[in-house]
Ligand binder design. Structure first.
Ligand code: ARG
Ligand code: ZN
Length: 416
């Protein structure tokens, strides 16, 4: 009996916490066409636990934009009733969220912990993959640990480039600032592999790696990302505790020193866009900012990958002012390149006018640090699957995004 209990305990602790299920949750889309409709949409803030997918905050709702939000099973009837009575046109983007979650894993079975570029990988699998690929390509790659997260997970940066014995200019790229945007870390892994494996055969990549280095952080928000695997697939923020409330986490893309918390961010720890108690309060944000500051003289471009909505944004987001090299940034948006492969349509422009003003973002911060080429990519899709992009779309998404990243990198290398 005693032994049985002990075994039971071991099994329970190995299995870990149960992942939250989302049976019956729906994702709705409304597009308010009038000020009155905007007011109605904003009033949805009163619906308990409404999870906004796009934009990031109801404050950012204006006439003409798509507003996507998830509603829990218990609230679906009430919200649908409200929408019907409002007379607003609405769409059900996802009719059962749990089905969509299960259907993400459409490239083989989820239980396999084998790393794959065409599957979503857990943080543990990503860390193992990183150690392996770096060891196998030690002539071109190395990695270092630049800090650790609130929960103690290591934060890594991978350096890729031909070792020349001298300091080379570099392009910095990060993925996974927002935990639930899984296609983002998938892209960083794809990029690293594509870079090393096409060196020597692809002329553009060969040139790039001969003259520059790429510095890649495959997952910034390691705690949040881990949490989306173990507990709550829809988690966005970090996992740090906030005093005086049970609401956890800070929005790591509102935590940088760029007009911090002035606009499009919240001082409420329960908000999905909480800017944190102070600038760089999040250990992972501070670690990356410190790292970039330490490499400031070599870093020529800053790229950060998010999803979803198919956009390429550049500074500014904390102000409507245009960047000093605005015209250059416009001319460089590699969007037409990106669309040339599968016809994927992207929208581009300065963050504040293209989506909404939102302060404390990493792109604006990097730009104000003097990195003149700073871009936020919002990868596929435009809402059919949203954050739950099926694995079968990883390959085409990464292939087309490679074109854009290579295009920008080449431009930067020619304008040092
Ligand atoms: N969806 C991203 C976010 O809200 C867009 C970031 C654009 N840049 C910015 N500095 N707000 O975090
Ligand atoms: Zn994001």
């Amino acid at each position: 009996m005693k032994l049985f209990c002990l075994l039971g305990l071991v099994v329970v602790s190995l299995a870990g916490p149960a992942t939250q299920r989302f049976d019956g949750h729906k994702v709705f889309r409304v597009k308010p066409a009038t000020e009155q409709a905007v007011r109605f949409v904003k009033s949805l803030a009163d619906v308990p636990k409404l999870d906004l997918w796009q934009p990031d905050s109801l404050d950012q709702v204006v006439v003409g934009i798509n507003v996507d939000f998830r509603v829990g099973a218990e609230q679906v009837a009430e919200v649908q009733g409200l929408l019907e009575r409002s007379g607003l046109q609405y769409q059900v983007l996802i009719k059962d969220l749990q089905t969509a979650i299960d259907e993400q894993f459409d490239n083989g079975d989820r239980a396999s912990y084998q790393h794959s570029y065409v599957k979503y990988n857990s943080i543990e699998t990503i860390n193992q993959w990183m150690a392996t690929i770096v060891a196998q390509n030690s002539d071109m790659m190395s990695y270092s640990t630049i800090g650790s997260s609130y929960e103690g997970r290591p934060l890594h940066v991978i350096k890729i480039g031909k070792k020349t014995g001298s300091v080379k200019p570099a392009i910095f790229m990060d993925c996974g600032i927002h935990a639930r945007e899984w296609i983002s870390p998938a892209f960083c892994q794809w990029f690293v592999n594509e870079a090393v494996s096409t060196y020597g055969s692809d002329p553009t990549m060969t040139d790039l790696l001969n003259t520059m280095d790429f510095l890649v952080v495959p997952v910034i928000n390691v705690d949040g990302y881990s949490y989306t695997w173990t507990n709550d697939r829809m988690w966005r923020k970090t996992r740090s505790r906030n005093p005086g409330t049970n609401c956890r986490g800070t929005d790591p893309n509102r935590n940088w020193n760029a007009g911090w918390c002035e606009i499009g961010a919240s001082k409420n720890p329960c908000s999905e866009t909480y800017c944190g108690p102070v600038v760089e309060s999040e250990k992972v944000v501070k670690a990356v900012a410190d790292y970039i500051r330490s490499q400031r003289s070599v870093i020529k471009a800053y790229l950060t990958m998010h999803s979803y909505s198919q956009m390429c944004l550049f500074p500014y987001s904390y102000t409507y002012n245009l960047a000093a090299n605005h015209e250059e940034l416009v001319s460089l948006t590699a969007i037409n390149k990106l669309g040339s492969m599968y016809g994927t349509q992207y929208v581009y422009g300065p963050g504040a006018v293209t989506i909404y003003p939102a302060a404390g973002g990493s792109d604006d911060w990097a730009y104000d640090e003097g990195i003149k080429y700073a871009f936020t990519f919002e990868l596929r899709d435009t809402g059919r699957y949203g954050f739950l992009l099926p694995e079968s779309q990883i390959k085409p998404t990464c292939e087309e995004t490679m074109l854009a990243i290579k295009y920008i990198s080449q431009y930067v290398s020619e304008h040092l």
